[in-house]
Design a protein around this ligand. Structure first.
Ligand code: SAM
Length: 281
């Protein structure tokens, strides 16, 4: 292993088997592991029979601890930084030490692995590659609504972490602000009670996944800026829904038939042609 490297090591977000081979080796080989909660990380290390010394490194201590850890890196020790779950530096401590080490000319190396962000996005059925990760929205009502308002015109899906106590309120605030947009809630990913539910904000608010109010949640909401259309401009609307990719062809036809008060068969026949256009591209 190269001397004096700071590794930012991803650890499981629930299922202990999600630690990579490489992460296991690095955690066993470094001189020191800086952990958000040493007791929590000790359980993971015990599971893998790793006895590397641990030191605590949490948000409130980031500044002071970073200096101490930097001294050890400059002395030639290698350090692995881990958070309680997932990838350090993503809505978790890590940025301060990574920046200080980099500025001091220390090699900073990621050991990639689990993250609730990538796990949720991977199953969300995103038809395009762009999305915006917002971390945790503000906890307080007024601040949160202001924050959400600032996202109103964002044309990309928004991905958020949220505490189980506030997930209902978050969905309700978004529904009030933006109407019934497509949305997904992912809960307890990789754990025994893993659940994902994709529908709309209104339907999610009536779904048991929101009622549970325990566990860990990722919320994704899609934009719903359907173009203005004339009643006879069905093709534009169908192309827009096809490109959004949030609904199946069947669902698009069902919804448009109801919205436009037109025959579902007629819309379906037109939709088949529009969907084939895409395949012909
Ligand atoms: N750094 C971590 C990562 O890469 O995922 C995230 C840390 S952040 C402090 C913790 C938040 O991530 C939780 O409140 C929840 O929103 C989300 N999260 C973590 N584990 C999760 C899981 N197993 N299922 C769903 N969301 C999870």
């Amino acid at each position: 292993m190269p001397a004096a490297t700071l590794y930012l090591v991803a650890t499981p977000i629930g299922n202990l088997e999600d630690l990579t081979y490489r992460a296991t080796r690095i955690l066993a080989e470094v001189n020191l592991i800086a952990a958000e909660d040493t007791r929590h990380t000790r359980k993971l290390l015990n599971h893998y029979g790793i006895s590397t010394p641990l030191i605590s490194y949490y948000r409130e201590k980031e500044m002071s601890r970073a200096g101490e850890l930097l001294t050890r890196l400059l002395d030639g020790e290698s350090i692995a930084l881990v958070s309680d779950a997932g990838t350090p530096g993503i809505a978790d401590p890590g940025a301060v030490l990574a920046q200080k080490a980099r500025q001091a000319g220390i090699r900073v190396s990621p050991i990639p692995g689990a993250s609730a962000l990538t796990a949720a996005v991977s199953v969300a059925g995103m038809t395009r590659s762009e999305f915006l990760f917002l971390g945790f929205p503000p906890a307080k009502g007024g601040e949160r609504r202001k924050f959400l308002e600032s996202m109103t015109i964002c044309a990309w899906p928004l991905v958020m972490y949220e505490s189980p106590r506030r997930v209902r309120q978050l969905c309700s605030d978004m529904l009030n602000l933006w109407g019934d947009r497509p949305a997904m809630v992912a809960r307890e990913l990789s754990k025994t009670f893993e659940e994902t539910e994709k529908s709309t904000l209104g339907q999610l608010l009536a779904h048991p996944i929101i009622e549970i109010e325990r566990g860990e949640y990722v919320v994704i909401v899609w934009p719903m800026a359907a173009p203005e259309y004339e009643a006879d401009d069905l093709d534009t609307l169908l192309r827009w829904h096809r490109d959004q990719g949030e609904w199946s062809l069947k669902d698009v036809c069902r919804r448009l038939a109801a919205d436009l008060n037109r025959s579902r068969t007629e819309i379906y026949q037109r939709a088949l042609i529009i969907w084939q256009e895409e395949n012909a591209d």
